[in-house]
Design a protein around this ligand. Sequence first.
Ligand SMILES: *Cc1c(COP(=O)(O)O)cnc(C)c1O
Length: 356
Amino acid sequence: MRPIRARISAGAMAHNLRVAREHAGDARVFAVVKANAYGHGLSRARRAFAAADGFAVLTLEEAANLRLMGVEQPILLLEGIFGADEIAACAELDLWPVLHHAEQLEWLARTPPARPLQVFVKFDSGMHRLGFPLARHAEVIARVRALPGVAGMTLMTHFAQADETAGADWQLRPFMTALETHAALPWSCANSAALLRYPAARGAWVRPGIMLYGASPFADRRATECGLRPAMELTSELIAVHALEPGEGVGYGQLFRASQAMRVGVVACGYADGYPRHAPTGTPIAVAGCLTRTLGRVSMDMLCVDLSGCPEATVGSPVELWGGIVPVDAVAAAAGTVGYELLCALAARVPVEDVD
Ligand SMILES: *Cc1c(COP(=O)(O)O)cnc(C)c1O
């Protein structure tokens, strides 16, 4: 059997939820489990995050699956309904849609749900992606309040730079000013970065995602420095080992050439497993516990590693692509992306094992 495995720890996920809760103070915590729980599996996430106050997903299908699995907590639909035909299911399954554009209000007005819904009204405080313009808060809130299909509302916004030096304050300040007019309404702003860095952004509900999986939302701060434990390890083995003479190249394009005699290993993992093809020579990787680097171009099913510093390594030696030794964020940084993308892109052909 091909030796590649994703080993996922529900214990680490539960630990990371406890870290999120410590930062949340009195706020309630939605565990964000969109994109198949960032690649970790919805049903595993449902078990690992049983202590969450709610779950946040993207689609009705994910929400319905959570209900089938027995989830009784609130479920937030992060982009709300995509058509009036989804309103009935929201009432039936007790889902909380985000309302972020005028058409959604129209749909609710024309197709009222069988029972009134809890909704999140999203305002655009500067990201310019989803949300009603913040300047129109009074008018929008009055319209939502007048809808017979709405039982209650929470106000919401999303940060564009909570993970960067520009921070969250430039968006939080105008949002809080607008909130003063509606002081009785609960609100929700914080993703992982804001939850970890901006206690003032907590509100009634926080919405951590990436931190629950043990990756860092920050480019300049490791997950372990935030007290988080990586939940996913991507492991495989060496399936070949050979020697290179000076001047000989490795792999497609011969992008890496040996300047001296060296040993090279071939790992059963490629971009069809979800490993980033853009990871250049030098991307960190561990062979038999020894930290080393990739060599040359990643191919579909294989990649090559430098065994110069790993004399013990041989065919069958264990390899960690990312996990406890090599943070997924370090691989992502080398490949010019973020840990989020690598976790979500884990390929369906990779067998997943539960480690606890
Ligand atoms: C995905 C998402 C989150 C979670 O963000 P992380 O950076 O993974 O913590 C929070 N809020 C909204 C609206 C989202 O779409």
